[in-house]
Write a protein that binds this ligand. Structure first.
Ligand SMILES: [Zn+2]
Length: 341
């Protein structure tokens, strides 16, 4: 019988090794070695056939083995349970350090953002914000701005003409005329809005956004113009920008100039946008031409005024380092979602 017990123990240990941490296999081994039909149970029943002297030692040996088997099985069952729990926890694991999925919200278009910033700067300087129609007539877009019929500055190639003598305004200047017609000086106003020209390349769009500023009062000079520009650019770009004026002809100003600011994309070193010059032409400026005052009903003997205009899209490009104006028109959300920076 002792030989039987040693063999059973050996077989049991081997079976348990093979079962590993598989809970079903461990349970099968428990049934096989401790169940009603187990070999050990059979041996217990055979005790009666042994002699009186052999019986106690054999019974004790069987019980010891049963206890060993039971303890090993318990141990194996615990390990199997642990393994199963560990596997489940690994499967259900949450990494709380992962970045959350943010809800996709809309953003303000960079041009709109630039317009709002500029409006805020001008309002802070006491300017009113005016608006007017995008479909204009010849008087407001040309004649009142000292461009009579046949004037070369009216070059038809740049203008979108509509039926009935109407056109898409080529600048926001008509709003200046309408405002001067309706309000007496002193006047400090800006007119932001869409304007239309037949252009399409990296720095020109057929529709773009302009802001013009107009100041009319007694004793206004070019010095006021330059000083105002310096304040506006410094507030908009944060003090890192230079302005320069170059004499130029525009029918609606006298004297007139074009003005540049130092390129904010390359910090003046030269790049594609500034055509390697370090300067970006922002627009035209000058002292309001007396003929314009007359057309708008303002006395040119009593008042003087300055005006300047700029492209909002272009100034947004400068601020955000965008090197192709067309990006602003293509509605690519991968681009637009980055704004405002
Ligand atoms: Zn540049």
């Amino acid at each position: 019988m002792l030989d039987d017990l040693l063999r059973i123990e050996r077989e049991f240990n081997q079976a348990l090794d093979e079962a590993g941490s598989d809970p079903d296999a461990v349970e099968a081994i428990r049934v096989r070695y401790l169940g009603r039909k187990a070999e050990l149970t059979g041996l217990m029943k055979k005790l009666g056939t042994l002699s009186k002297e052999e019986r106690p030692a054999a019974g004790k040996a069987i019980n010891i083995l049963k206890q060993k088997v039971a303890a090993s099985l318990q141990n194996a069952a615990d390990q199997a349970g642990n393994a199963r729990r560990t596997a489940r926890l690994a499967q259900e694991r949450l990494d709380v350090t992962l970045p959350p999925r943010m809800p996709w919200t809309g953003t303000v278009h960079p041009t709109t953002h630039a317009r709002r910033e500029l409006e805020s700067i001008f309002r802070g300087l006491g300017y009113t914000v005016e608006s007017g129609p995008e479909v204009e007539d010849d008087f407001y877009n040309f004649q009142a701005l000292n461009m009579p019929p046949e004037h070369p500055a009216r070059d038809g190639a740049d203008t979108f003409y509509l039926d009935g003598g109407l056109l898409l305004r080529t600048h926001t200047s008509p709003v200046q005329i309408r405002t001067m017609q309706n309000r007496k000086p002193p006047l400090k106003m800006i007119c932001p809005g869409r304007v239309y020209r037949r252009d399409w390349d990296a720095t020109h769009l057929p529709m773009f956004h302009q802001i013009e500023a107009l100041v009319v009062d007694e004793g206004i000079t070019m010095g006021d113009l330059k000083g105002t520009m310096d304040v506006v650019w410094k507030r908009y770009f944060g003090g890192r920008v230079r302005t320069r004026l170059r004499p130029a002809y525009f029918p609606f100003v006298e004297p007139g100039c074009e003005y540049d600011i130092s390129c904010q994309v390359c910090a003046g070193d030269g790049c594609r946008i500034c055509k390697q010059s370090g300067w970006i032409e922002l627009g035209g400026a000058g002292m309001v031409h007396p003929a314009v005052f007359e057309a708008a009903g303002v006395d040119p003997e009593l008042y003087t005024g300055f005006a300047f205009g700029l492209g909002i899209d272009r100034i947004a490009m400068m601020k955000y380092g965008i090197d192709d104006l067309r990006l602003l028109m293509e509605n690519d959300t991968r681009f637009l979602r980055q704004f405002p920076l």
